[in-house]
Design a protein around this ligand. Structure first.
Ligand SMILES: Nc1ncnc2c1ncn2[C@@H]1O[C@H](COP(=O)(O)OP(=O)(O)OP(=O)(O)O)[C@@H](O)[C@H]1O
Length: 314
């Protein structure tokens, strides 16, 4: 069934999920559109997995409604099962099977021809490993195999639950490239949960930050960075932090933090170059030694830190 480009494929209305006294997802309303790549970010226990498990039909809400492709799990399980698939943090495979045998096995469950197995291996750049035993694959290759299997059925919606956790940075980046290309080429709607800010920054059109079961804020990266706090970040290393207290009492300063371990000050300011000028005067006049000075634009990490400061640990 072809649908309009801006069509809502997932609609959460006032969804709540409780485990005894604990409210894991609290009155969440959220629309996700076709082809969108959306990230759910948040600290441990924020409710991200519970939310995606409700999308996957693994958990039922206690209140509110969830419509997926206009259907509901309770009534249209067979329809939805064919159109959704997921990649988890880790997938169990049979180690003694070869890569192509593994994909063919899953293809037979979905009644897909062998040519589709070849296609998905190509999509995730595993063609060269077709004859390798699964037990000999690296972590990144195993994740790509899981992705290939998830793609077999040409899913309209894909759930990626921390798909790159535990992978080294280079392999993680390679996986991002593949995910981004898949999203563009297949127009599959992708929902990613992650702890990596840069993963959400790199991949996603929209980012939802969750905390204690609620969506604290959401938007494109630009919207999040500009709506929540204007300004730039100045960072520097200083051992004698107490001598710099006066610097904070400046109209230019929005917020200040100091990390004892790295001896780094991190200051959010309205204007980075004005602050740098003031900083250089100050350290010269007070004979304070600072180094590793950086002025930079804000990142999602900074937003997360400031939301954490204001709300996460209240
Ligand atoms: N089956 C369950 N029974 C009881 N409590 C649960 C269950 N599943 C999740 N919870 C609780 O619900 C809350 C939300 O958990 P959830 O796994 O959705 O968070 P998360 O944001 O995915 O966290 P993480 O980043 O650590 O994976 C947590 O407090 C968790 O302990």
């Amino acid at each position: 069934m072809k649908m309009a480009a801006n069509e809502k494929v997932i609609e959460f209305k006032g969804v709540t999920k409780r485990f005894k006294d604990l409210t894991a997802v609290n009155d969440v309303s959220l629309d996700i559109h076709r082809g969108e790549f959306i990230a759910l970010l948040g600290p441990n226990g924020a409710g991200k997995t519970t939310l995606v498990e409700m999308i996957e039909g693994l958990k039922q809400p206690d209140a509110g409604s969830i419509r997926i492709l206009g259907k509901e799990w309770a009534r249209d399980e067979a329809f939805l099962r064919m159109r959704l698939s997921g990649v988890l943090q880790e997938t169990l495979f049979i180690g003694k099977l070869r890569v192509d045998e593994t994909v063919n096995l899953f293809a037979s469950f979905y009644k897909r021809p062998r040519s589709r197995s070849d296609e998905v291996l190509e999509l995730v750049e595993l063609t060269g490993k077709r004859k390798a035993l699964v037990e000999g694959l690296s972590g990144g290759q195993r994740q790509r195999l899981a992705l290939a299997i998830a793609m077999l059925n040409e899913p309209e919606i894909m759930i990626l639950d921390e798909p790159t956790t535990g992978l080294d940075p280079q392999v993680r980046r390679g996986t991002w490239e593949i995910l981004r290309r898949l999203n563009r080429e297949t127009r599959s709607t992708m929902i990613l949960t992650t702890h990596y800010m840069e993963e959400a920054e790199f991949l996603c059109d929209r980012i939802c930050i969750m905390h204690q079961g609620r969506i604290l804020t959401q938007g494109t990266l630009d919207e999040l960075l500009h709506t929540h706090e204007p300004g730039e970040i100045v960072e520097y290393r200083v051992q004698n932090e107490q001598a710099c207290v006066e610097l904070r009492q400046n109209d230019n300063v929005i917020s200040y933090s100091y990390d004892q371990v790295s001896a780094k000050a991190r200051i959010l300011v309205h204007n980075g170059s004005d602050f740098l000028f003031r900083l250089s005067e100050f350290v010269r006049d007070h004979k304070i030694k600072i180094d590793e000075i950086v002025v930079r634009k804000k990142t999602l990490d900074d937003l997360f830190l400031s939301l954490a400061g204001r709300g996460f640990h209240e």
